[in-house]
Ligand binder design. Structure first.
Ligand SMILES: [Zn+2]
Length: 112
């Protein structure tokens, strides 16, 4: 029997970390807004930096959605059940990523 509580704690911890990272990105964005005195030669860098923040934000939000989905499954008593085939997800997969919604064989079908 898998110790589900452990995975739940992992998910909650990661969720908090992500929220902190998102807050940091938000602060960085504000700082960029407040400093309009950059040299022209820095402009490309600022642009790239903004892009980078945006991409980071996007991937963090995606991850957050996945984590929230997994946490919701605890309430529904569906955690560790594959979303596709309804079988139990292998413990080794949950160890690697407690937010994974699929078992090994389904994940391999989707990851083309
Ligand atoms: Zn499956």
């Amino acid at each position: 029997m898998i110790n589900l509580e452990e995975f739940k704690n992992k998910l909650l911890k990661e969720r908090e970390e992500i929220l902190l990272l998102l807050e940091n990105l938000e602060t960085q964005k504000e700082e960029l807004k407040e400093e309009p005195t950059y040299e022209t030669s820095d402009y490309a860098n600022i642009y790239e930096f903004r892009e980078e923040i945006h991409l980071q934000e996007e991937s963090l939000r995606k991850r957050l959605t996945l984590i929230d989905k997994a946490l919701k499954k605890f309430e529904e008593g569906k955690y560790s059940i594959c979303e596709n085939c309804g079988k139990e997800i292998e413990e080794i997969r949950l160890n690697l990523d407690p937010a994974t919604p699929y078992c090994r064989s389904c994940a391999s079908k989707f990851l083309v």
